[in-house]
Design a protein around this ligand. Structure first.
Ligand code: NAD
Length: 481
C-alpha cells in the first residue's frame, strides 16, 4: 500500500477532503496503487468554487492588468518547460502511456501558455457603426466568471491546459476536476501555478470521482461554464445538467475516426501514419484512426505493410526508452477491449493480428495491437469507440463511396487522408464531416488551430485565436451623445 497522499488545491492551500477519505490511484504497468488522492465531494467543490469566485469578484485576477496576466501565464509555461521530465513521469505512471510520448506532449504545453499569455492583452471590444449619429455604440468582452474544467485520463495535462490557459487569459478563474485515474500531474501543475505567482483562488483543483466531485461542479450555481473533455455519454449528461440552469458548456467528446488511403498515396508513409494513428497510446486517444479505409487496388499491399509494422511493436514498461506500446490505463479498459473483440468476431470479422492480452507482462493491463478484416462499416466495432489498440480494415473503390462510409458514424472528430492528388485532398477536406482533417499526416495539433468536434464529437471549440470568445461575454454599450 502506498504512503503518498495528495490533497485538494483550494484558494492557494492544500486542503484535506471534507470526509477525510482518499482513494487509490493505480499504475497500469504494475496494476498496483502508487498514491492516494483526496476523495472530493460537493463540500470540497463548493469550497473551491467560493475560492475561485472570490478571486474573480474581488478582482484579484480579472482586474490585474492583462499584460500582467499574460506574463504570469508565460512564466508558468517556462516553469513547465523546466519541470517537464517530472510532469511527464507522473503522467506515464498514472495512465501507462509511454514516458517519451508524455514528455513530447508535456514539452508542447509551454507553447499553449505562451500563446494564450500573448493573447491576454488582446481581448478587445469593438467600436461599431450605428444607425443614429447621435449614438455611440461599442462592445466590451468580459470574462464569464468561474470556469469548471473536467478532464479525462488520456492526456491529463494537455487537456487541462487547453481549457485553463484560454480561460485565464480572458480573465476567468478556474476549478479543475481531473480524472480520478490521473490526478498526479495536474496536482503537480498546481504547485507550478503557485511558484509562478498566481494569486490564490485563480486556479483550484478538486480530485475525486465523476459522480461525487464532477457532478456537483456542473450543478454549482457559482460556475458560469463547464469546459469538458471525455466520453460522449458523460458529455450528454453534463450538457443536460448545465442546460437545466442555463450554464455554458464546451464539450470535446469521443470519436471513431477514419484514416483513408487512396491508391495514389505514398504507401509507406500511409502505413506509418496508420500504425501511429491507431496504436500510439494503445488507441486510447479520441482521435485514434480506428477505421482504416484502403482503396481496392492497394488494399493487400498496405495491409501487409501495416501488419508487418504492428507485429514488431515492442510491448512493455512505458518508462523504458525502447518500449513502443505500454499498458491500457484501466483494468476495465482491457475488459472493454476484450468484449469488443469478441463482438467483432461474433459479427463475422476475422482477426488478422492480436486479439488477446500479451503473455509475460505480469499483472499490468496490456493488450496486443489488434487488426480486424472482413468487417463492414455498419458493424459495432466500426461504429462504437473502443478506446483500445483495435483497428478495422475496410475496403473501398471510389471517392464518393469512401466519403459516404467515412461519414456514416455518429462521431465527427477527425479524419486522415493519404493521397498525392491535391484536388482530391481538398475535396475530401470539404466532404468529410469532422472538425480536423489531416492530409498525408496524422495527429498534428497546436494551440494556434481550432479543434471542434462535429456531430456527437462535441460542441464549442478549443484552441485557436477565437477560443477566447468561448470564455468571454460580449457586452454592448450604447451612449447617447
Ligand atoms: P469520462 O467521460 O468517463 O470521464 C471524463 C471526466 O468526467 C472524468 O474527470 C470523470 O470523473 C468526469 N465525470 C464522469 N461522470 C461525470 C458526471 N456525471 N458529471 C461530471 N463529471 C463526470 O471519460 P474518460 O474515460 O476519462 O476519457 C475517455 C473519453 O474522452 C473518450 O471517449 C475520448 O474519446 C474522450 N476524449 C475526447 C477528446 C477530444 O478532444 N474530443 C480528447 C481526449 C479524450
Amino acid at each position: 500500500m502506498t504512503e503518498q497522499y495528495y490533497d485538494h488545491f483550494i484558494g492557494g492551500d492544500w486542503r484535506p477532503p471534507a470526509t477525510g477519505e482518499y482513494f487509490d490511484s493505480f499504475n497500469p504497468a504494475t496494476g498496483r496503487p502508487w498514491y492516494r488522492a483526496a476523495r472530493g465531494n460537493h463540500v470540497d467543490v463548493a469550497d473551491a468554487v467560493v475560492a475561485a469566485r472570490n478571486a474573480f469578484s474581488d478582482g484579484i485576477w480579472p482586474r490585474l492588468t492583462p499584460t500582467k496576466r499574460g506574463k504570469l501565464l508565460r512564466r508558468l509555461g517556462d516553469l513547465i518547460e523546466e519541470n517537464a521530465e517530472e510532469l511527464a513521469r507522473k503522467e506515464s505512471l498514472d495512465n501507462g502511456k509511454l514516458l517519451r510520448e508524455m514528455l513530447g506532449q508535456v514539452k508542447t504545453l509551454p507553447e499553449y501558455y505562451h500563446y494564450f499569455g500573448g493573447l491576454a492583452d488582446k481581448v478587445n471590444g469593438e467600436l461599431l457603426n450605428t444607425l443614429d449619429p447621435a449614438i455611440l455604440n461599442y462592445t466590451r468582452r468580459e470574462p464569464l466568471g468561474v470556469i469548471g474544467a473536467i478532464t479525462p485520463w488520456n492526456s491529463p495535462l494537455l487537456l487541462t491546459t487547453t481549457k485553463v490557459a484560454p480561460a485565464l487569459a480572458a480573465g476567468n478563474t478556474v476549478v479543475v476536476k481531473p480524472s480520478e485515474h490521473t490526478a498526479a500531474s495536474v496536482l503537480a501543475l498546481a504547485q507550478l501555478f503557485d511558484q509562478a505567482g498566481f494569486p490564490p483562488g485563480v486556479i483550484n483543483i478538486v480530485t475525486g470521482y465523476g459522480t461525487e466531485a464532477g457532478a456537483p461542479l456542473v450543478r454549482n450555481p457559482g460556475v458560469a461554464k463547464i469546459a469538458f473533455t471525455g466520453s460522449t455519454a458523460t458529455g450528454r449528461a453534463i450538457a443536460r445538467e448545465a442546460g437545466s440552469r442555463l450554464a455554458g458548456v464546451a464539450l470535446e467528446l469521443g470519436g471513431k475516426s477514419p484514416n483513408i488511403v487512396f491508391a495514389d498515396a505514398d504507401l509507406d508513409n500511409a502505413a506509418t501514419g496508420i500504425v501511429a494513428g491507431i496504436f500510439a497510446a494503445g488507441g486510447q486517444s479520441c482521435i485514434a484512426g480506428s477505421r482504416v479505409f484502403l482503396q481496392d487496388s492497394i488494399y493487400d499491399e498496405v495491409l501487409a505493410k501495416v501488419v508487418d509494422r504492428a507485429k514488431s511493436i515492442r510491448i512493455g514498461d512505458p518508462l523504458e526508452a525502447t518500449t513502443e506500446l505500454g499498458p491500457l490505463a484501466l483494468r476495465e479498459q482491457v475488459e472493454k477491449v476484450e468484449r469488443y473483440v469478441e463482438l467483432g468476431l461474433r459479427e463475422g470479422g476475422d482477426l488478422l493480428l492480436g486479439g488477446a492480452r500479451p503473455v509475460g507482462q505480469g499483472d499490468g493491463w496490456f493488450y496486443q495491437p489488434t487488426i480486424f478484416t472482413g468487417v463492414e462499416n455498419t458493424h459495432t466495432i466500426c461504429q462504437e469507440e473502443i478506446f483500445g489498440p483495435v483497428m478495422a480494415a475496410l475496403r473501398f473503390t471510389t471517392e464518393d463511396e469512401v466519403v459516404r462510409q467515412a461519414n456514416d458514424t455518429e462521431f465527427g472528430l477527425a479524419a486522415g487522408v493519404w493521397t498525392s492528388d491535391l484536388g482530391r485532398a481538398h475535396r475530401m477536406a470539404e466532404s468529410l464531416e469532422c472538425g480536423t482533417i489531416w492530409v498525408n499526416t496524422y495527429r498534428a495539433m497546436s494551440p494556434l488551430s481550432p479543434r471542434a468536434g462535429f456531430k456527437q464529437s462535441g460542441m464549442g471549440v478549443e484552441n485557436g485565436p477565437s477560443v477566447l470568445n468561448e470564455y468571454c461575454h460580449p457586452k454592448s454599450v450604447w451612449v447617447n451623445l
